[in-house]
Design a protein around this ligand. Sequence first.
Ligand code: 1GP
Length: 244
Amino acid sequence: MIYQKILQSRNHARLFSLLIDPENHTRESLIRLVTEADRAPVDFILVGGSLLSQGLDRTIQTLKGHTSLPVILFPGSIMQVSSHADGIFLLSLISGRNPELLIGNHVLASKMIRKSGLEVIPTGYLLIEGGSTSSVEYVSNTKPLPADKPELISATALAGELLGHRLIYLEAGSGASQSIFPEIIREIKQHIQLPLVVGGGLKEPRDVHRVAQAGADMVVVGNALEADPSKIKDMTAVLRSPLQ
Ligand code: 1GP
């Protein structure tokens, strides 16, 4: 069970997830990346992307042929549901005010998701300014939360918890020039009890270390590892150092 593992590791470890966007891969590059992830090992593999519309089943089947790590869908759209995965972060974009991403798409996808048998993890998804216009901002047609308003961000995260989400996900945007500030993470941790996931623009092991030390329960890295899979070892190693 994915959510059980997230809850159980909270007090003694930070989790590391590799995000794979199937659009960025050939079969060979995918196998190289998942082999490195399996060796590191990472805790979870997330699969999703802003543009992906086909090839999702094939990608997950390839992953499953090379690792037994759990695969979680991180859907950029309702077209990204596959019963070959183990679970799905069912995202509600609570930083925005686009009703389709708060309920509309969920209605369209609900029966398909139930039929898939996936473990569903309802996730309050917060887009935070990351230094430039992100794909999520553009595609979702929503404004990110301002990075210099931690009290607004924590109030949004708390609303997500009170509404019954099981995870809070802070997103700076894929390839963000500025990842989530540690002050934001620390502020949120004072207000919520849910596990906190942080991703977007984490490029080096020291970036991973910084957000983990600030209190992220799970760190997500995509671009940097797609560009250089050999970094996975060092990025996961920093999470094994003691928490302060
Ligand atoms: C997941 O979008 C992020 O939250 C991934 O961002 O590709 O910049 O690591 P990167």
